[in-house]
Design a protein around this ligand. Structure first.
Ligand code: ARG
Length: 274
């Protein structure tokens, strides 16, 4: 485990289902404020118990998805490559993200205009390679641009199922050579590429994928995820990881779970940065 796992979160003070930009969101299925706060707090407490330092982004009225800090940026050392959100509903977040990163000692950088990119939601290191999800929210050229900036190999993966619209909903590196994934979220080429590049792949079932099994937070050998994923928990245990589940149903109503609610600021445990 890295020395001081540091995680950015944003309290759900202004969280809610105010628009519909993915198949999980329905304005007719509102989130429960009290329960959302309770679930968020339980995740926060669990991450602290596992030894992380949690930094907070101030919540902003009118930006209900700001809680999903994974989308704020891709972090590489002290550089924060800021999101360029596909949907107007989330574009107002970037100014707040940029201010937070600048104020907290990161160097915020924008991608070139015309390249949509949704931060760590769609770009995940596994070892030295940057895996990128594209088509639904991020553009493939954005991944190539980032890899050229960073000087790392990039593997673009087309996302083919609207329910798994960000890479972190269907792929989760747990160490530099192992990852969780949901095979039907990728095309044949993507599945073959993953098999060729990641030596240990744990596939999750349809029902556990829909419980956001792949949307897990890795802290050393600990893996934090939503409840309802017993098969994945057993598979992780066999690989020497300790799973911790915590109910996050109020956030699944917006299409997010544990991983989406966090952004590792010091580098994921699975990342080997050039
Ligand atoms: N409602 C948000 C959206 O559709 C959820 C974001 C989830 N974040 C993630 N990293 N997968 O953009």
């Amino acid at each position: 485990m890295r020395d001081n796992p540091t995680i950015l979160m944003c309290p759900p003070d202004f969280y809610g289902i105010e628009y519909e930009i993915n198949p999980w969101m329905s304005r007719s299925r509102a989130s429960d404020d009290v329960e959302a706060r309770r679930q968020w707090r339980a995740l926060f407490d669990l991450l602290m118990d596992l030894g992380s330092v949690v930094r907070l982004m101030p919540p902003v009225q009118g930006l209900p998805d700001l809680v999903f800090t994974a989308n704020a940026a891709l972090i590489w050392n002290r550089v924060a490559y800021l999101a360029r959100f596909r949907h107007a509903a989330r574009q107002g977040e970037t100014a707040h993200d940029e201010a937070w990163f600048r104020y907290n000692g990161f160097e915020p950088r924008h991608l070139p205009a015309g390249m949509d990119f949704e931060g760590a939601g769609d770009a995940l290191f596994c070892g030295t390679t940057l895996f990128g999800g594209y088509l639904i929210r991020s553009d493939a050229p954005a991944l190539q641009w980032l890899a050229a900036q960073i000087g790392c190999p990039a593997i673009p993966l087309q996302l083919v199922d609207d329910r798994y619209y960000h890479l972190d909903t269907c792929f989760c590196p747990v160490s530099p050579d192992a990852a969780i994934y949901y095979p039907p979220a990728f095309d044949d080429y993507g599945r073959r590429t993953l098999t060729a590049h990641v030596s240990t792949l744990i596939a999750v079932s349809d029902d556990e994928a829909a419980r956001f099994a792949c949307n897990a937070v890795v802290i050393g050998r600990h893996v934090v995820l939503n409840t309802g994923c017993p098969r994945l928990e057993a598979d992780l245990g066999e690989l020497g990881f300790t799973p911790h589940s915590t109910e996050l149903g109020e956030f699944i109503k917006a299409g997010g779970s544990a991983k989406c609610l966090t952004l590792r600021l010091d580098g994921e445990d699975a990342a080997v940065w050039p």
